[in-house]
Design a protein around this ligand. Structure first.
Ligand SMILES: C[S@@+](CC[C@H](N)C(=O)[O-])C[C@H]1O[C@@H](n2cnc3c(N)ncnc32)[C@H](O)[C@@H]1O
Length: 206
């Protein structure tokens, strides 16, 4: 992992994703979190202030050790008990059926082997558990889709692996989940219009 990914990208990401429009979307999404929680792609810990008050502990992981500097500070300020791991969500060291909720916000776009990660999320969730997600992905308009396919190779470089063209709901279904609810919307103030087509929902392992 180079200096851009470890030092510069966490700084840019934290600035962009700490804006008010992101905070609003985090609130709406994390209201679905219950029980024992695993957050994947924890980043700089921006979700922490948005967990419902009844949540006291979360298990969190991220592949990029550079995210940890800002994340540590937020963990201390949050008053939550955060068990933090620097690891890849494609292979989880957790027991099968051990979490009530797995949380992912703006993360499925950048996981290299997404099928493996989704199958691991499916494995660690209890049969009654839920996968709570808020992601950008493939737009509905063919013109925008074309641009997204065209720009993804560039975005993968500047956004450290970020794909603009993933059809998030389809990929989640293919991993064996049933989608309980799905909201599609365009997010104002996203980093680029190419990453403004949002998928928010809850999926159950079946
Ligand atoms: C766009 S950021 C979103 C961060 C955070 N979820 C948020 O909402 O602010 C995506 C995060 O996913 C992490 N990530 C990418 N691939 C990963 C993987 N395979 N396993 C775990 N984390 C990963 C990145 O390091 C980055 O912190």
């Amino acid at each position: 992992m180079g200096i851009y990914e470890r030092r510069i990208f966490p700084f840019i990401l934290d600035k962009q994703m700490n804006k008010d429009n992101y905070k609003h979307e985090r609130d709406s999404t994390l209201s679905n979190a219950t029980g024992r929680i695993l957050e994947i792609g924890f980043g700089t810990g921006l979700n922490l202030p948005h967990y419902p008050k009844h949540i006291k502990k979360i298990v969190a992981l991220d592949i990029n050790p550079g995210m940890n500097v800002k994340a540590q500070k937020r963990m201390l300020e949050s008053g939550l008990n955060v068990e933090y791991h620097c690891l890849n969500s494609e292979m989880l060291p957790f027991e099968t059926s051990s979490f009530d909720s797995v949380i992912s916000t703006w993360t499925l776009c950048s996981i290299a082997d997404l099928n493996s990660a989704l199958s691991e999320i499916h494995r660690v969730l209890k049969p009654t558990g839920k996968f709570v997600f808020l992601e950008h992905g493939l737009a509905e308009e063919p013109g925008m889709q074309k641009l997204q396919y065209w720009m993804t190779p560039v975005q993968k470089i500047v956004g450290c692996g970020c794909h603009l063209n993933r059809k998030i709901d389809e990929l989640i279904r293919q991993a064996g989940f049933q989608i309980e609810n799905l909201e599609r919307f365009i997010m104002d103030g996203a980093s680029t219009p190419l990453a403004s087509s949002m998928y928010r929902g809850v999926a159950n392992p079946v």
